[in-house]
Design a protein around this ligand. Structure first.
Ligand SMILES: Cc1ncc(COP(=O)(O)O)c(C=O)c1O
Length: 392
């Protein structure tokens, strides 16, 4: 099954040079699906996943907001037409200067997870609304995100209590269950934890107005390190989230609002790279075995940063149905990290590949432009383009 649209394949076929292509109508479709599946939940795109003006503008036109992680992201989102009312600062890590800059730009909603941060918010973002991020285990996710952010339930109560004392508005709780989360139970556990904290806060007379469900919704088109489709249980995930929201509304009443901050779910399958073959070579390894290596024009440092966790699907448009050989797939730089993890298996690639042949890398629209180096080893960042529903 493919998750890409025909126009995206057309754009790849028509691209004469390397580039990353974003399918804007495809992104809108994902947004619409999310709104249908989670009615009443405000969607704020985690723009770090794809800080591309055209993507932000298209989502903003559709009513989507933004989760920003720095003053520069706030500025970019404002330029793209995202209203401040649909934006929050979702990064718990911020300096005094970052808080002050975001506040000056008009932002009034901030994530927090420590007494130090909440104290700084009171000083540099007087009267702001704060939501406290609860830590999660990250179990079940490809990227767990479990250590750097979030606090325990007890600490969340203390942080929001302090926020109130300092004249801030304790407004919400947030979680992030881990990126590319494959287990619906991760959301059930997170929502149960939120319910406990809401109850503890209520006992102290603190009533929050929203819950932020964070990111983590999976892309559909990834393969694992062994090349097997990941096939996330998306329908079940949506069901668990809806049930959890209903439970929270029972406890807290129907005025409780919900926000979700998807990153990769909205853009991963809607972005693809047109790259080319640098070389297919066969070399003997230290064990004396001959091993094919397929070197592509793009890799970890220019679009495929996550290639050590996932195998992107590859299409070789000039070699349909050709004889294949098992190869390690790698990027173009002189850096050994710049390769698919090959301890787990090799990728079948056409034996007749020649330098310059086009290759399409699918489902790589998330964290591609954001994790691109400026030109490591002299390999330039990939230019991007987009399909807007008419011409590319
Ligand atoms: C605060 C926050 N929200 C949302 C996201 C988006 O996560 P994902 O791409 O897994 O949906 C991230 C990603 O790191 C994040 O840090």
């Amino acid at each position: 099954m493919t998750h890409e649209t025909a126009p995206l394949f057309d754009a790849l076929a028509n691209a004469a040079e390397d580039q990353i292509v974003f399918d804007l109508p495809g992104i809108e479709e994902r947004y619409d699906t999310l709104r249908r599946e989670l009615p009443g939940v405000a969607v704020r795109f985690a723009m770090k996943a794809c800080p591309v003006d055209e993507v932000l503008a298209r989502l903003a036109e559709r009513g989507c907001g933004v989760d920003a992680a720095s003053p520069h992201e706030v500025e970019q989102a404002l330029r793209a037409g995202v209203p401040l009312a649909r934006m929050h600062y979702g990064n718990t890590v911020k300096s005094d200067a970052h808080i002050a800059d975001a506040y000056r730009l008009g932002l009034r909603d901030f994530a927090t997870d420590s007494l130090e941060d909440v104290t700084a918010l009171a000083e540099h973002a007087s009267g702001a609304r704060v939501f406290c991020r609860l830590a999660t285990s990250g179990d079940g996710a490809l990227w767990g995100l479990s250590h750097k952010y979030g606090c325990t339930p007890d600490d969340a109560v203390a942080v929001l209590d302090r926020a109130r004392e300092l004249g801030l508005t304790p407004a919400g709780l947030s979680v992030h269950v881990g990126s590319q989360q494959m287990a619906a139970d991760a959301w059930r556990d997170a929502l149960d934890r939120i319910a406990d904290v809401l109850a503890a806060l209520a006992r102290r007379g603190i009533s929050l107005d929203h819950v932020n469900l964070g990111g983590g919704l999976p892309a559909l088109g990834y393969r694992d390190q062994r090349g097997r489709p990941l096939d996330p249980p998306l329908d079940k995930i949506f069901t668990v989230i809806r049930e959890g929201m209903a439970r929270l509304r029972e406890i807290r009443g129907h005025r409780l609002g919900f926000v979700i901050e998807p990153g990769r779910y909205l853009v991963a399958d809607q972005g693809a790279i047109r790259a080319h073959v640098s070389r297919l070579a066969a070399r003997r390894g230290p064990d004396g075995e001959r091993q094919y290596w397929l070197y592509l024009s793009c890799g970890k440092f220019n679009g495929l940063y996550e290639m050590d966790q996932v195998q992107y699907r590859l299409v070789f448009p000039s070699h349909h149905g050709a004889e294949s050989v098992p190869a390690v797939v790698a990027g173009p730089t002189c850096d050994s990290d710049d390769a698919f993890s090959h301890e787990h298996g090799l990728v079948p690639v056409p034996k007749a590949l020649a330098s310059g042949d086009p290759v399409w890398v699918l489902s790589c629209g998330a964290y591609a432009t954001s994790y691109m180096t400026r030109g490591f080893n002299g390999f330039s960042p990939l230019p991007y383009t987009w399909i807007d529903g008419g011409d590319t």
